[in-house]
Design a protein around this ligand. Sequence first.
Ligand SMILES: Cc1cc2nc3c(=O)[nH]c(=O)nc-3n(C[C@H](O)[C@H](O)[C@H](O)COP(=O)(O)O)c2cc1C
Length: 313
Amino acid sequence: MARPLLFSIPPEAAHRLAQGLLGLPLPWERLGGADRDPALRLSLAGIPLANPVGLAAGFDKTGRHVDALGRLGFGYVVCGTFTRRPRGGNPKPRIVRYPERASMVNAMGLPNPGARAASRALGRTAPRGPRVASIADQDVPDVLEAHAVLEPLVDAIELNASCPNVAWGRDRDNEAHLSNLLRELASRRARPLFVKLPPFRTAVERAVVLALAEIAREHGADALTISNTLPVRDARVSIGRGGLSGRELLDVTLACVHAVRVRWPVTSSVGRTLMVSRPDFCMNVFRNKTSQIRLVLPPPSKPFLCASSLHAH
Ligand SMILES: Cc1cc2nc3c(=O)[nH]c(=O)nc-3n(C[C@H](O)[C@H](O)[C@H](O)COP(=O)(O)O)c2cc1C
């Protein structure tokens, strides 16, 4: 019902409106109408989920709406991405819709209130469902601080190792950064850690993504989130480029999940998880008999599970 209204106004205004609505004390469980079928239950890195459909990072960039979103029916909600300090993000316009392609390009640049403000927002609501905080930053100490501030308030932390809309996500040696981060986090962390990867199109990009996945595995990450948006050029966003998401990314995402999966053969059966931006994408993936979303990687004692990362907009 809300879709035509939300699509009739500019994307960021629609996003603000949706967030405003989520702040209202409405019966979100009833409005969401999620199926509570026990057959949908599964475990993601030891976290019990009521269903495998999660909300990816980027919708709740403040941590203020995880409760309402969980009550809407998501199996888990990823909030953020949070940096140590508040960020304004890139200048507007920074989202362009492609309604005819069920896709969009965003160049948000990680606007967020900062890890401490997010921790206060998360601390105000008692967790009613699994929640994950996505974090990223330019320098390792800043990521470590965001991790220390947020980890006690969530079920897991997702390291966003793949944002195309910040300079550090594009220009630096991401493999070295991820290795350093995971090495530092190994002795500090108490809860599951996910690593969110970029998608790939070319053979060179593929090698980079597989190298990042290998680093995550070697350092004991509990799950991979595949994938972030695909870098593209678009003159309509302020910085002239952004990340593609939506229908046009879905096949790329599935190919990325498949590439990681074949590289590390399935060793035992654990769970599947899927984050979707639209119910029909979800059905497409579930109908797909190649089971790209069912991934379990060594070591067998530790479920290493890939989530097809999509989100709701
Ligand atoms: C407007 C917008 C903002 C996003 N912000 C974030 C973010 O802050 N952190 C992150 O890891 N991913 C972010 N994403 C990426 C999504 O979480 C998701 O990985 C990506 O959009 C691919 O899924 P989709 O094709 O279903 O949209 C954002 C996506 C969009 C469209």
